[in-house]
Design a protein around this ligand. Structure first.
Ligand code: PAN
Ligand code: ZN
Length: 189
């Protein structure tokens, strides 16, 4: 084999859980303390240790974040758990550039992908292993783990999409996913 003709340009995905390996893998962790104001009940939120991990994200940026025309591959693992009657979930965001879409695909676990447009019309798509979710450009998106095991999904988004967390921090989504009689229920917020 001649040097330079065959090489791996990004990294490796373990399809059994979506995890990534390789030299360019970035990682971040979101704890309960970092999710202040996201869950409905501040009182229930304050009873959970702030260092409790809610979710982890891994991603590979083959080009610098912010670069136009590139893509980023990543995954998210949301731990199982409840804040009062509300399931553990991601913060949720709009993309900063409003015409940037995204794919999510579930690897393990069950839950919902909550989607909301700028008029606050909100709906939810069930997530289960193998489900593919196209997040249309302009929609806010949040994943919710309704199962007893971690919810793991992979995602691919444009490298210049950016993350607008402020709108969600201020007003949230207009739907919440809560546990009613042991089963998930999607209710108006
Ligand atoms: C995902 C999310 C990831 C974590 O990679 O960033 O699931 O959710 P928050 O960013 O809302 O904390 C994605 O949607 N990227 O665009
Ligand atoms: Zn996104």
């Amino acid at each position: 084999m001649q040097d330079g003709f065959v090489r791996n340009s990004a990294g490796d995905v373990n399809w059994s859980d979506g995890s990534l390996s390789g030299t360019d893998v970035k990682e971040s962790t979101k704890t309960m303390g970092q999710l202040r104001g996201i869950f409905r009940s501040q009182e229930d939120w304050s009873m959970i240790p702030p260092e409790q991990v809610v979710y982890r994200v891994q991603w590979i940026p083959p080009v610098a974040e912010g670069t136009e025309g590139g893509l980023i591959w990543g995954n998210t693992t949301i731990e199982p758990g409840l804040v009062g009657d509300e399931y553990f979930m991601t913060h949720g965001h709009f993309h900063q550039i409003s015409n940037r879409a995204e794919f999510y695909a579930t690897v393990r676990g069950t839950g919902y992908l909550v989607l909301m447009d700028r008029d606050r019309k909100t709906w939810a798509e069930p997530m289960s292993p193998g489900s593919i979710h196209y997040v249309h450009a302009g929609l806010a998106h949040r994943a919710v783990n309704c199962g007893e095991d971690p919810l793991r999904f992979v995602a691919c988004w444009p490298s210049d999409a950016g993350h607008d967390y402020g709108s969600i921090a201020e007003r949230g989504f207009s739907l919440r996913v809560v546990c009613r009689d042991g089963a998930p229920s999607v209710i108006a917020a």
